[in-house]
Design a protein around this ligand. Structure first.
Ligand SMILES: *Cc1c(COP(=O)(O)O)cnc(C)c1O
Length: 393
């Protein structure tokens, strides 16, 4: 049956392409660095691109290819490029799409290291960048310059949960001859498909929802068209930030349950968000599924569900944040997100501690802000855990 006719949950199981001469039920791990040519002519044809054969694992590998075709299919793109980590995907994109003298506009609340590497390292090579609240399209417009080549956004933003209008961003970028790249880590293709809304490329830290089991670090870029896909693949191959076949196998195994994991965790998240909203020690809760979220309507339009990331602000600031971190029992105190286990963290003292105070304020990262990644445990247990932790403040 043609994949495009199947629903997303069926494609999660069956969309990865792999040659299967022995009829194995799962994708085998081709744990090899190199591939044997039949003869000199075959080798020559593989190198010239006349034939699609495998040459060397940094360039391509059947296990990795199965994952690349799977995620590309889910996102509705043509070309998947697997990388060793999410940050490897970020740097592949920066290096392929930006040259000396070019400018990028991005979200102020973007994933911390994506900003740090741009401001501290890509700037050394003459790449310029401006960070604005991309939830406000006028701020993006004002930041565009004649040399702006890339609009790079993350939505919902990390950890403010602000939502950026992807359709409007695609139109704006294209009017200026720039590309739109979206970090879709917080949603996975199950909840948001930026290419459908006009983005040129989308990428993931598959460490999070796509793998979903907190046991692998991995990244993936999906390009909208072949030309951009080839450009990005060639950069990944030359940078040498390829995925490993075993890593690919683990993600293929993890992603099969993406649909049921997300359905379950976002149902939990809705219950927990409502509990937190009614709690006296909580100043506010940001969850796209709550009517109180300022962009609840936009979330309904551009997302296929509200996800399982919640941010909330404690009354009592930095100290209250630390007390809660030290008193939760079921939620694990750790960075990362999108796994089957619930994680809690405090951006001011953890993920965003290296971001300057001024940038933190601009990005909406307050001292009492808590980020909570809801897993698939029982909601009642998670709520009881939070309730006793909040009581200690
Ligand atoms: C984790 C993360 C990254 C970086 O991915 P790694 O796999 O840790 O390298 C990028 N963007 C977002 C939104 C993330 O959460």
């Amino acid at each position: 049956m043609k994949n495009s006719k199947l629903g997303l949950n069926s494609r999660l199981i069956h969309a990865g392409e792999f040659e299967n001469p022995l009829g194995s039920a799962t994708v085998p791990i081709y744990q090899t660095s190199t591939f044997i040519f039949e003869n000199a002519d075959h080798g020559a044809r593989c190198f010239s691109g006349e034939e699609d054969g495998y040459i060397y694992t940094r360039i391509g590998n059947p296990t990795i290819h199965a994952l690349e075709t799977l995620v590309a299919d889910l996102e509705g793109g043509v070309s998947g490029i697997a990388t060793s980590s999410g940050m490897a995907a970020v740097n592949t994109l920066y290096m392929a799409l930006l040259s000396k003298g070019d400018h990028m506009v991005s979200s102020a609340a973007v994933y911390g290291p994506s900003r740090v590497v741009m401001e501290q390292h890509w700037s050394r090579f003459g790449v310029e960048s401006t960070y604005v609240n991309t939830a406000n399209i006028d701020e993006i417009k004002a930041a565009f310059r004649p040399n702006t080549k890339l609009l790079y956004v993350e939505t919902p933003a990390n950890p403010t949960m602000d939502i950026t209008d992807l359709k409007a961003c695609a139109e704006l970028a294209h009017q200026h001859g720039a590309l739109l790249v979206v970090d879709n880590t917080f949603c996975s293709p199950y909840l948001q498909r930026p290419l459908e809304l006009g983005a040129d490329a989308v990428f993931h830290s598959m460490t999070k929802f796509i793998n979903g089991h907190a046991d692998i670090v991995a990244g993936m870029i999906v390009a909208r068209d072949k030309a951009l896909g080839s450009k990005l693949r060639s950069m990944m191959v030359n940078l040498g930030c390829n995925m490993d076949p075993h890593q690919a196998y683990m993600v293929i195994r993890g992603v099969k349950t993406l649909g049921i994991r997300i359905e379950r965790s976002q149902e939990n998240a809705m219950n927990i968000a409502r509990f937190l909203e009614s709690h006296p020690r909580v100043a506010w809760v940001k969850y796209p599924g709550l009517e109180s979220h300022p962009q609840h309507e936009l979330a309904k339009q551009q997302m296929y569900g509200f996800g399982s990331m919640i941010s909330f602000e404690l009354k009592g600031g930095f100290e209250a944040g630390k007390v809660l971190m030290n008193n939760v029992g079921l939620a694990i105190l750790a960075v990362s997100l999108g796994g089957v286990e619930t994680l809690i963290q405090h951006p001011a003292s953890m993920t965003h501690s290296k971001v300057s105070a001024e940038a933190k304020i601009k990005a909406g990262i307050t001292d009492g802000l808590v980020r909570y990644s809801v897993g698939i445990e029982d909601a009642e247990d998670l709520i009881a855990d939070l309730e006793q932790g909040l009581a200690k403040i």
